[in-house]
Design a protein around this ligand. Sequence first.
Ligand SMILES: Cc1ncc(COP(=O)(O)O)c(C=O)c1O
Length: 409
Amino acid sequence: MGDVLGRLRAAAEDRAAAGLRRTLTVRQRGGSGGLLDLASNDYLGLCGDPRVTAGAVAAAQEWGTGSTGSRLVTGSTALHARLEEALASFCGASAALVCSSGYLANLAVLTALATALRGGGVLIVSDERNHASLIDACRLARGPGVRLVVAPHRDVAAVRAALAGRTEESALVVSDSVFSVDGALAPVAALHAATRAHGALLVLDEAHALGVTGPGGRGAAAAAGLAAATDVVRTVTLSKSLAGQGGAILAAPEVIGTVTDIGRGFIFDTGLAPPSAGAALAALEVLRGSPELAAAALDSTRRLAAIAAQEGLGLASSAEVPVPQAAVVAVVLGDARAAVAARAVCAGLGVWVGCFRPPSVPSGQACLRLTGRASMAGSDLALAARALAGVRDHLVSLTLSPHSGDDAR
Ligand SMILES: Cc1ncc(COP(=O)(O)O)c(C=O)c1O
């Protein structure tokens, strides 16, 4: 009873003391307020590209600014259908379903599959480092007949053991294909071999893979030769490499039909706004015509990772993935307050980087997250090098070893 707002203030003070308050940074028009942007997910630099902007404008002019209803009522246009065809064809999938965000694509597909299959029992095996939207989707999918096992990170043996020991008729193995915080690649081929051996479906979130990883940016499933595998379900976002907003599910028609019938995140949600669909369609066309963009983003990321390593900064995924397969470099600092201070050092030196703290990462694993760009010039890399040298100097001035972030807690 009593002062609820007072208790909220006290909880906020506790978060502030732990370096866990979050504030909105207002981005300046047309850029990052003079800072080099290594924080956003605009990997291919297509956000603001005139071809993509023209796609959004043409879509607004033809179809209006909103989709006017759920996809199942009035919210499906010829543009949505064209985008679905284009996504399926680009990624080699048999069918696609566009949702209004990547988050909702994950919610819709996992809850729909679990609901449809729960009669005979369903086991869901989910990597412990999966994106929050997959975690939330698994939580929502739970219920009678559904059992959830959280598997250690990238641990195929644990996945295999869970599948082998199950009593449930059906099983879903759920993983980011590229982990969002550190860019580590999931062991996609091995996960697929395990799921196929046990008659399960593999659900891969390709949000950070589309546009960067695999042949011409077709994703990690395509890189593993699984583009056409009917026992692989992929989700993507249109908000990163494709420079827009929205998400999609790429899967066999049986899966798409299930989501269309009972996927609550699809059914009870207004369809993607036409300008977003138009932008994504245009961006996909650019990517299809310029496969070198994906390679260029990866190349910049390799250089960023090399700079961070030169400065003695610990890379989150360096032990497992010596060569980045996605456009993300995470510099682990451990303590949330150290990460906030390091982000400020970078900003002071002209570079905007991401700062990931709990609950985005496990406690004690706060990091700076830098993203590589298709368009990075030598001068951008030099600026990034100065910023990371500044982080190293800052850590040294605190008499911390750059590798000993955990000691800063
Ligand atoms: C791995 C992953 N999946 C899903 C999402 C959600 O996508 P969206 O921003 O389109 O909702 C994100 C990004 O925010 C992500 O990083």
